[in-house]
Design a protein around this ligand. Structure first.
Ligand code: COA
Length: 388
């Protein structure tokens, strides 16, 4: 990273789930909470720019949606942009905001992640989700995202001789964590037997291997690190930023069990951070399906290929384990409002590194990694956070 770094001084989060709120109301709730969380206050007029991460569900304000953020956030006239990279939309929005501050062009930037998924029919929702995958080879032949990740899971279990219990254990762990998170869509534990006997959605993945359909928003306030102490005694610094990409279609990739976008993003983030993997206190990874969490742990460099299942079965990735993964419940239990997920992961890093995560607090958390993936892995971001 260059000399100037960005720091988060405020963060807000709505509950995730099936919510009555409109997209405008969700934006307002998350942004108001972010401003209210700034210890010594941040004037709305100080915010010069905003980035909105959203897929634009059910056609809600497909064009120029970012203008709504300026209205609802009370920052009229500020520069606003929408960032759309499917499920990694707000991971990329956060990256744009941090780059704007690191470049010296901006001093205070707002990031909003938003999705409203439950106000439409399931067939229309399938269409909206499908548009983020490959069109010719996947969507038009009827392959859903559960289907794509089902193919990855089948190949992973086969190649590495991993038992299906390892996938189930990801769901058990994340539901246990979600039960500690008041914003989570599912706040109830599940047993391994229930996960394994749930109806299959795309074999080997069953209902409880899938993230749910969620509404929600999250917001972040970024300033430059030198100015951060004006607003709070405990800012959270963005210590490393990485991003990567891959082909849209699965069939074009060298491997079904590793995401190049994640590996590229992780390398870039760690190359710039000034600390290494052993110093990371916990991971927020993109577990849209249970298999995705195992692939993430490996592609991020925290386990050799084929070994993340063993780590998970041993309890290493649970709260209290050696490397907690998804202490907020992950996409699996917290929910996955597509464009809100990257900002939500950064929210978790913010509250954890300030020691404010309550029952799900990771003890002595000082450095965190957030990993946000678009679709089946065509885009990804990795962001590293630290206490100054
Ligand atoms: N995990 C756990 N429970 C779930 C669930 C999930 N992912 N999805 C739904 N449920 C529960 C509901 O709460 C409901 O419980 P209840 O009967 O106690 O109220 C029950 O299962 C049925 O819910 P329903 O909404 O009718 O399920 P569905 O069959 O329409 O949808 C999925 C289930 C898995 C198909 C849907 O959640 C889905 O498509 N998930 C993936 C979304 C996605 O692809 N996102 C992008 C990722 S890249």
């Amino acid at each position: 990273m260059g000399r100037r770094r960005a720091a988060i001084v405020g963060a807000g989060h709505t509950p995730f789930g099936v919510l009555p709120d409109t997209p405008r109301q969700l934006i307002r709730r998350a942004v108001d909470a972010a401003f209210a969380s700034v210890d010594r206050g941040l004037e709305r007029s100080a915010v010069q720019e905003a980035y909105l991460g959203t897929l634009g569900f059910s056609g809600w304000q497909l064009g120029n949606a970012s203008a709504v953020v300026a209205e609802e956030a009370g920052i009229p006239g500020a520069a606003v942009s929408r960032v759309e990279n499917a499920c990694s939309s707000s991971g990329y929005a956060l990256r744009q905001a941090a780059l704007a501050i690191m470049s010296g062009e901006r001093d205070a930037v707002l990031v909003v992640g938003l999705e409203k998924m439950n106000d439409t029919t399931s067939s229309r929702r399938r269409y909206w989700l499908g548009v983020s995958g490959d069109t010719e080879w996947e969507r038009l032949s009827g392959l859903t995202f559960a289907g794509v990740y089902g193919l990855m899971a089948a190949r992973y279990l086969h190649d590495y001789r991993v038992p299906p219990e390892a996938l189930a254990e990801v769901a058990v762990k994340n539901h246990a964590h979600g039960a500690l998170n008041p914003n989570a869509q599912f706040q109830k534990p599940v047993t391994r037997e229930r996960v394994l006997s749930a109806p299959r959605v795309a074999a080997p993945l069953g209902l409880l291997d899938c993230c749910p359909v969620s509404d929600g928003a999250a917001a972040l306030l970024l300033v430059n690190e030198e100015a951060a102490r004006r607003y709070t005694d405990s800012p959270v610094v963005i210590a490393g930023l990485g991003a990567g990409s891959d082909t849209l279609a699965l069939q074009e990739r060298a491997s079904l069990t590793s995401l190049r976008a994640t590996r590229t993003a992780a390398k870039e983030a760690f190359d710039r951070a000034g600390f290494g993997r052993p110093e990371v206190s916990f991971l927020e990874v993109h577990d849209c399906f249970t298999i995705a969490e195992l692939l993430a742990i490996e592609d991020l460099g925290f386990a050799p290929p084929g070994d993340a299942g063993r780590l998970t079965m041993e309890g290493a990735t649970r709260l209290g384990g050696r490397l907690p993964v998804n202490p907020d419940g992950g996409l699996k239990a917290k929910g996955h409002p597509i464009g809100a997920t990257g900002a939500s992961q950064a929210y978790e890093a913010f509250v954890q590194l300030r020691g404010n995560a309550g029952a799900r607090q990771v003890p002595h958390a000082e450095r965190a990694l957030a990993h946000n993936v678009g679709g089946s892995g065509a885009s990804a971001t990795v962001t590293l956070f630290s206490v100054p």
